[in-house]
Design a protein around this ligand. Structure first.
Ligand code: ATP
Length: 213
């Protein structure tokens, strides 16, 4: 199926479709209409039809969408029909939490290595994965297929680590360091800033407080 030229806005919504369709699948639902999906997801039915039409229109008028087919196709478009090996750089609180969080595995994301420079952390086992000395990362990447690097290091260290990993052949970064990494053409970065999210919440809390005054 052709999925070139899909807008970023649609791609951003796909994980949510994937999640809801997964739940429907678990409930044994085989078909769903755009209006039923619409009331479940609190998105307009026309938005759903428009979004899903990008992929060649899985739906049929009056017949609804085949949940299983749509789930698998969206999974394929998102690239989770294959396994992705990840390494975590930085075994502090955030790196350890992500390494312990096993839910990504169900999407085929496997953490296969964790690295740090701190001698107190090197050798420690996190969820069965032993933290390795960061100086070993190049040989690890040479000997193991690594698709994604997760960066959970201080922001001052993130840029140079990312550039080094790019030289070693890593093209995808899940960046939790509190800085926006931009690494040039062909390198994909998903910056995840939990603090930004918390500040947005803070604004909402404050505005709500103001409207209640
Ligand atoms: P967190 O922010 O995850 O709670 P923390 O507060 O313990 O962790 P940070 O200063 O944010 O520590 O660093 C996160 C981890 O990154 C630490 O374990 C630190 O040793 C590690 N680290 C720092 N610099 C590097 C580097 N250049 N290469 C690899 N790991 C590094």
């Amino acid at each position: 199926m052709e999925n070139k030229g899909i807008s970023r806005a649609v791609i951003k919504r796909l994980p949510r479709y994937y999640r809801y369709l997964g739940e429907l699948k678990e409930e044994g639902v085989e078909r769903i209409s755009s209006s039923e999906l619409s009331s479940k997801m609190k998105v307009t039915a026309s938005q759903i039809r428009q979004d899903l039409n990008n992929f060649g229109g899985f739906g049929q008028q009056g017949y609804g969408y085949n949940v299983n087919y749509l789930f698998n196709e969206i999974g394929r478009i998102l690239g989770i029909d294959k396994k992705n090996n990840m390494i975590v750089i930085g075994a502090g609180n955030m790196g350890q939490a992500l390494t312990k969080y096993t839910s990504f595995r169900s999407y085929g994301f496997d953490i296969i290595g964790v690295f740090d420079v701190n001698a107190n952390l090197i050798g420690k086992s996190i969820n069965g994965i032993v933290v390795q000395d960061y100086s070993e990362v190049a040989s690890f990447i040479r000997n193991n297929p690594v698709d994604i690097a997760v960066l959970t290091v201080p922001k001052e260290a993130a840029g140079s680590i990312a550039e080094y990993l790019v030289q070693l052949g890593i093209h995808a970064f899940w960046n939790f360091a509190y800085t926006d990494l931009r690494l040039g053409p062909g390198i994909v970065v998903e910056n995840v800033h939990l603090s930004d999210s918390l500040l947005r919440l803070s604004y909402e809390v404050k505005s709500k407080g103001a409207s209640n005054d």
